[in-house]
Structure formats: C-alpha cells, structure tokens
Design a protein around this ligand. Sequence first.
Ligand code: NAD
Ligand code: MLT
Length: 535
Amino acid sequence: MDQKAPKRYRILVLDGLSPKGVELLAGEPRLEVTNSPTLNPVDLQQTIGDYDGVIVRSATKITADILEHAQRVRLLCRAGIGVDNIDLDAATSKGIVVMNSPGGNVVTTAEHTLSMLLSLSRNIPQAVLAMRAGRWERKKFTGVEVYRKVLGVIGLGRIGSVVARLALGIGMQVIGYDPYISREKVESLGIEVVSFEEVLRRCDYLTLHTPMTEETRSLIGAKELAQMKQGVRIINCARGGLVNEAALLEGLQSGKVAGAALDVFEQEPPPPAHPLVNHPAVICTPHLGAATEEAQDRIAVDVAQQMIDFFLHGQIRNAVNVPSIDAESFQRIKPFLALAEKLGRFQAQLAEGGVQEVSIQYSGEVAGYDTKWISLTLLNGVLTTFLGDTVNVVNAGVVARNRGIRIVESSSSEAEDYTSLITVTITTDVGAHTMSGTILGKRDERIILIDGYRIEVVPQGHLLIVRNEDQPGVIGRLGTILGRNGLNIGGMHLGRLAPHGQAMCILAVDSPVPQSVINEILQYPPFISVNAVTL
Ligand code: NAD
Ligand code: MLT
C-alpha cells in the first residue's frame, strides 16, 4: 500500500545551545537537527532557507535581511527572554511564529541582581582587584549594610518579583512600581506599591526589571536622578539603556549616585575604556544575568520542547507575536478553526470590490472560548483568497492592517437555535455580505444563513450560489444549462425571503463551474447573480 511518509522538519540550532536541548531535539525521529554554534551572518543568510525552525540565544542577530532568505522557516525560538536580537516585525510580516523561553532564567537573573546589590554595597570586586595588585586596603573598602534599607523595584514581573522576595528575605524594605500588574498580587508578596516618583524619592537602592520599549528607554535619566536621594545606588540587570548611561556617569561624578552595578549596556560589548566600566564606583559583569548552568539547561530544554510541540503537535507556547494557546483550548476550538477558515474563503469569493472591514460575531458557547485564533484563521481565509500563500495566521492581522482593513469582533451569549454561531460580515467599497456558520454535533460544519436567506449548506467542494426571482421553471433551466455543459449536480439547497420574491439556490457540483457557464445562466432575466465558490 502506498503510505505517505510522515513529514520531517529541519531545525537549525545556533549560538551554542546547551547540549540538553540539542539532545532532546535529536531524539525526535521526525526532526533533522543541525547544530552550528558559530555560524556567521553571511553563512546564515545562505543556509537559513533550508530550515523549518531556528533556535538562537543572544549572539545571532536575526535581521530583516536574513529573514528575506528564510522562505521555509515557520518558527524562530529565542533561548532566553529578550527577543531584541530578532526583527519581530519582519518575522511577523513573513508569517513566522517567534517564541521565547521566559521561565528558565528568572531565579538565576534575580540571584545575579542580589549578588550585584551585595557586592556593590561591600565593594567586593574593587577589593579583589586591590588585593591582586598587592594592596591590603581595609578602610578604603568599608561598605554599607543593606538591612532595613529601601529597595525600589521598577517592573514587578517574573524577575522583579523574585528580586523583591529575595531582598525581603535579607531584611530590606521593598517598594515597587509597575503600572501593568495587579496591585493585590504584588502587595500579597509584601511589596509596598507606590508611584514611580515615590520610588525615586524614597529608595536607597534602585533596581530595574522592565523590558526595553520606547516607553522604558532612558526611564532613568538626569531628571529622574535629580529626584533621588543623595548617595543612591543603582542596579541594572535588565537591559542596557533603561538607565541613561551619560546621566548615570554625571550622577556618579557629582556624588549624587554612590555606586552602580551594571550587567547590561547600551552597546554590548561596551567599547574599550567605557567610562562607566572604568569608574571606581561601578561594578559590572558582561551580561551574565542568566548565565548559570541550571538556567542554560532549563532554557535549552524549554525551547527544544516548544519546537517539538509546534512541529509535531501543533501547539504554540510562549509566542511573542501571536496568541499562545494550550492543548486543551486548542482541541476545543479546532472544529471552529476549520469552519472559520471556510467562512473566510467563502465570503472572500463572494465579495466584489476592495475589502474595507471584516466583522466577526461569536454567539453562544463559542463566545466563551479563546477566539483570537479563530478570528486570525478566518482573516487568513479571506486574505489567502486574494493574496495566495504569502499570508498565514501569523501575519494575517498585520497584512490586514497594512491594507487598511478594519477587523471588528463582538460576542454574545445567545445563538438563537444553535449552540454556537459565527457570523461574518465583509464590507467592500461595493457592498456587504453576511454569512453565519455553525458546528453540528462534534465537527459537522454548516453554513446556515447567507445574506438573510436561511439555507443549510455543507461548506465543501465546488458550490454555485445563484440568486434569482422566485418563478416556476427557474431551477429546471439551471439544471439544463449545467447538464448541457457536462456539470454534474451533487446537491441542491433552496432558500427564499418570501414566496414570489427573491430566492437563493446553492448547488453542489462535482467540478469547477467555468465563467462561460455563469455567463450563459445570467442571460436569462430571472437570474440576478451567480457566483462560483470552491472550498
Ligand atoms: P516580565 O515581562 O515578566 O516583567 C517585566 C515587567 O515590567 C512587567 O510586569 C511589566 O508590566 C513591567 N513594565 C513594563 N513597562 C514598565 C514601566 N514603564 N514601568 C514599570 N514597569 C513596567 O519580564 P522579566 O522576565 O521579569 O524580565 C525583565 C527584564 O530582564 C527584561 O528586560 C529581560 O530582557 C531582562 N533579562 C535580563 C537578563 C540578563 O541576563 N541580564 C536575563 C533575563 C531577563
Ligand atoms: C535574556 O533576555 O534572556 C537575557 O538577557 C539572557 C541572555 O540574553 O542570554
């Protein structure tokens, strides 16, 4: 028997991922793994097109130019948290899912932050250097206690909240600011939540744990430093540039800032003779926050598992450019994904003129599900009809936005006679069509309403959608024309708004209906419109 061999996927692993992750991938017979710890950008550009999935740590920059050659890549995984070495917009536009691995290095980075805070307070690195140079300088390196000092934490996400917990454990008082996190959750950790300005005013130590965004770039600059206590100490183990380096240097020179501990820099590695690296009150590490054996093993295993789940089980976790969905929710929405895709393709084939708006209404049970993927799948169905396979569910939202198409979503708990209903209206510069679909039983797709006509159609194969005046003999004429052209009718569905008004007839035919046959039908006055749709 001719059985199709299961599809195999080619995975490129860069930047020296920990062997635990590489081994996990290599253990999957359907994955072909290439481990290239030191591939340069030119070689990467030449070879990336051979792969379905790519894993990077922080060294490789996945630029728009490189992505131009990544015609086959569907998944890019960043082993670590920050995806700043990947051009996210370019990846999304090309329909590539980008994932990170946010859990594996949280504790490690928080521990590094605490190590930096304590080392800074006791001048440990400076004392080591002095001893190596033969000096025994006990007075010079007298430090300060951290006990009962106020630590201000900006950004109370995964790492910031662990830093806060560790700092509370050594007797510090912790205040924090994060406008995007629930106050109750943070306060339950023993952190006093205050405004940004109050953190600045009250803290003896300031530590930053936000992502680098347009909003957070230079979050601490000259103006913010001016509001802080004389002799404040600053720790940055998040991203270079959250603290403005020029302002920090000035603060150190004026004595406003007593010391700084930096793991990250605006430019990495910083240029030789960087004034902060060489400042006596600054201690620094070369972006070592996540650099422990445990964290690197965890991250490698996490990204490898995410790759496996994506290619072999269709699961998306920790995606940063599309909604993530767990296996259970995915199973629940699966029948609706297939229906949504067909609703989109059906509607797009009926539409005339440029699409201006796609409006999707979820009614009944489906309204309670995670509908983001259903909407993206529907949109993908619409757009691939016009644009071909350059569109997929990852870039459908971006492509729609770039073309000025509005997406409107709404939901209601009522679905008339059905358990769940998806209703789509596509508005073009010529007019609008509305269509509703449902799932009968577990996975039987049905279109049940088209532009006000109640008509139950299985959305598959070749369909001919005919609008006509409701007169005797019309259906017979339709059958004659199709028969004369060798087109076999497999099914027929009728709907009308009122007797002797307008009617709709949908024929399921065994082969595509050529335009010449449509033109022939339209020669007869009772026929108002004829559209051929293939699903
Ligand atoms: P996270 O997403 O869990 O938390 C970030 C928090 O910052 C969120 O709660 C968010 O609400 C908050 N935030 C965003 N904008 C803010 C603003 N303007 N003011 C205050 N809070 C704001 O991220 P995470 O995993 O905790 O990582 C934090 C940072 O640490 C990231 O920049 C990450 O790249 C970096 N990181 C560095 C290393 C290292 O090696 N040094 C290792 C891991 C992570
Ligand atoms: C991260 O974003 O995960 C950290 O900065 C660590 C790293 O880049 O390796």
